[in-house]
Design a protein around this ligand. Structure first.
Ligand SMILES: *Cc1c(COP(=O)(O)O)cnc(C)c1O
Length: 374
């Protein structure tokens, strides 16, 4: 096997079986996207024209009127907020995030003002927004939202995410109908969602997506929505957007990823057969019970779920820790590690890496058992 770029840098090799993790580099792109990144990096283009073109590609794949590429969904939040506050006015754009005297209040349900790896609240403030949280962390009524609306309200923001509190919040439909009733822009952060058409079709004005999550593109993001907001969004690159400049490489990669997306194959059979092989090996180990489980949210992801029992001679936490501190460092999904369950996500795994994971788990347990005997 040839050594990777990162190994040549002297960095440790990573086997990612945990999912789309920013801390591990989010996604590994296809050859076609990789070629686009390289070709763009080695050439010149009129950036305004490229951003405009990206807008038409985003529009095509989302059904929205227009779009704007960003460096990620976090930047997408800041740029969207600046767009609803400063619009297309250059002097105001250059004044952001100072929005004194302007309509700048952003209403958000308390259980959705979360941390996704960065804080939603801070991204809003970066765009010049004043955060107005409504309700309680586990209970928000329509009245809370409606009563928070003032002549300074710039937008209502909904966070569609597994990070947010799912119970007790008002639905997209409910919040959107309040926004419409008061003619206030309605923004949805749908960073990790895989349906790029749904929320525009529902009637949202601006929708924010990540390019490195469901899309499996390069480090990037995009927003889509109503035409005048997207024109305003692109113009923010003369303002706060400059500090979150999206490069020609990322835009070219994003466009390629969007064009590939409709043909993207979830390769369910391959996922299941690879995870079955992994489970067959691990089930031979005393104290491990491995089976295939579909994603909790019903997405076409089939993970191997490894239950670590007492007979294994060590806890799931301990196995997780040893895998992460090895070389290669192996990262598994660990949402349920507290109840002794680890899982292997086949999507980010390169071919054959499931064997390395099985070998490594088996040798960690074997060593622990030998040490216990001694
Ligand atoms: C991941 C995420 C973001 C940030 O996305 P990036 O593309 O990494 O900037 C924003 N909001 C939510 C809800 C997320 O899950």
């Amino acid at each position: 096997m040839t050594t990777s770029l990162f190994e040549n840098f002297g960095l440790k090799k990573i086997i990612n079986a945990s999912g789309k993790m920013t801390a591990l580099g989010a996604s590994a792109v296809t050859d076609e996207i990789g070629n686009a990144l390289k070709a763009a990096a080695q050439d010149y283009v009129d950036i305004d024209e490229l951003i405009q073109y990206a807008g038409t590609v985003i529009a095509h794949h989302t059904g929205a009127e227009d779009g704007c590429p960003t460096v990620g969904a976090a930047a997408g939040i800041a740029i969207s907020i600046a767009s609803v506050i400063a619009g297309k006015n250059l002097s105001l754009i250059e004044r952001m995030p100072n929005s004194e005297g302007l309509k700048n209040e952003i209403i958000i349900q308390k259980g959705q003002n979360v941390h996704f790896g960065g804080s939603i609240d801070q991204m809003i403030r970066l765009g010049g927004g004043h955060v107005v949280e409504v309700g309680s962390a586990n209970k928000v009524e329509c009245d809370h939202i409606e009563e928070a609306i003032t002549e300074k309200t710039a937008a209502l923001l909904y966070i569609k995410s597994h990070h947010a509190v799912q119970k007790g919040m008002q639905s997209i439909e409910a919040m959107m109908s309040i926004a419409k009733k008061h003619s206030i822009p309605f923004i949805i952060d749908a960073a990790a969602e895989n349906d790029f058409k749904k929320y525009y079709a529902m009637g949202a004005d601006i929708i924010i997506y990540s390019g490195g999550k469901a899309l499996e593109g390069p480090t990037s993001g995009f927003i889509c929505g109503k035409g005048h907001f997207m024109e305003a969004a692109r113009k923010q690159y003369k303002g706060i957007g400059r500090a979150m400049k999206v490069g020609k490489e990322a835009i070219a990669g994003l466009i390629t990823a969007l064009n590939q997306y409709p043909d993207k194959d979830d390769r369910v059979d391959e996922q299941i057969s690879r995870m079955t092989n992994l489970c067959d090996r691990l089930n031979k180990v005393e104290g491990l019970s491995c089976s295939i489980k579909q994603d909790e949210a019903g997405r076409p992801i089939y993970r191997a779920q490894i239950e670590v029992k007492k007979e294994a001679g060590m806890t799931a936490e301990r196995i997780l820790h040893q895998l992460e501190s090895g070389n290669p460092a192996i990262y598994l999904r660990h949402h349920y590690v507290n109840v002794g369950i680890l899982s292997v996500d086949p999507r980010p795994l390169l071919l054959g890496q499931e064997d390395i994971i099985a070998d490594q788990i088996m040798s960690i347990i074997k060593e622990a058992k030998e040490n216990n005997v001694r």
